[in-house]
Design a binder for this molecule. Structure first.
Ligand code: NAI
Length: 245
């Protein structure tokens, strides 16, 4: 039997209202964890916290500590896409480029929105002598992807931050790892044309897109006692897909 050791643990999930985040909230809750979910809109079990807002993140972190006395697991899941080609060339001329707004908005959520919650939570974890930090990278952070200069930069950046934090925080008993999901059937992927998602499924050795629960299950294992020597790693959850092949 797998003993997750997660019953009663305090788990914070960013972007917990939809997709992989929602599945993660549900899975940790079913394991008996006390789960706090942040997202842009308030709702049942969701607190309104924009992960790009330094003051809001600091205040919300303090509230979690006041309420539960500790934070055992942080899952940096919130993320957005704003896809565009760097320079789209059509009929012999420049048709469009990726705008600075598209570039910066994705950096704000996917990079700063990982940096701020982690920076807020780490002192809590150092004081309690341990914790787990998990972040959402992506298969595209490993291989690049057409039309995703901004997004790929952030997902590769998450891997860099994960490896840096593994070096800085291991001494405090804080384990830091990332997951690199392939294409998972959520709202984010639903925005892609069906032709593209069908092509992705065909190029995935398991022959289909992933499900949010399949990423949640990996977060659960990474946060559990079973993964106690796993640190600074990037775990692919992608049905065997290698982009570009
Ligand atoms: P989603 O779009 O279904 O859900 C993301 C959630 O994050 C939404 O509830 C959204 O409101 C929230 N969010 C966005 N900006 C926020 C902000 N500033 N503050 C707080 N919350 C915010 O996305 P999905 O597909 O569930 O992805 C979750 C994570 O996994 C993202 O980081 C994404 O980049 C990553 N990922 C997803 C893949 C996929 O195929 N769906 C593949 C690889 C990585």
């Amino acid at each position: 039997m797998i003993e997750t050791g997660l019953a009663g643990k305090v788990v914070l999930v960013t972007g917990g209202a939809a997709g992989i985040g929602r599945a993660t909230v549900e899975r940790f809750t079913s394991e008996g964890a006390q789960v706090v979910a942040w997202d842009l809109t308030e709702g049942a079990g969701i607190e309104r916290v924009d992960v790009t807002d330094e003051a809001a993140v600091a205040a919300a972190t303090e509230q979690v500590v006041e309420r539960f006395g500790r934070i055992d697991v942080l899952i940096n899941n919130a993320g957005i896409t704003r896809d565009a080609q760097l320079a789209k060339w059509k009929d012999g001329e420049l048709a469009s480029t990726m705008s600075v707004a598209e570039f910066e908005s994705v950096l704000a959520v996917n990079l700063k929105g990982v940096f701020l919650p982690t920076r807020a939570v780490v002192p809590v974890m150092i004081r309690q002598a341990g914790g787990v930090i998990l972040s959402a990278s992506s298969v595209v952070g490993l291989y690049g992807n057409f039309g995703q200069t901004n997004y790929v930069a952030t997902k590769a950046g998450v891997i860099g931050m994960t490896r840096t934090w593994a070096r800085e925080l291991g001494r405090w008993g804080i384990r830091v790892n990332a997951v690199a999901p392939g294409f998972i059937a959520t709202e984010m992927v639903a925005k892609m044309p069906a032709k593209v998602t069908e092509g992705i499924a065909a190029r995935t050795p398991l022959g289909r897109l992933g499900r949010p629960e399949e990423v949640a299950a990996v977060y659960l294992w990474l946060a559990s006692n079973e993964a106690s020597f796993l640190h600074g790693a990037v775990i692919s959850v992608d049905g065997g897909m290698v982009i570009g092949t």
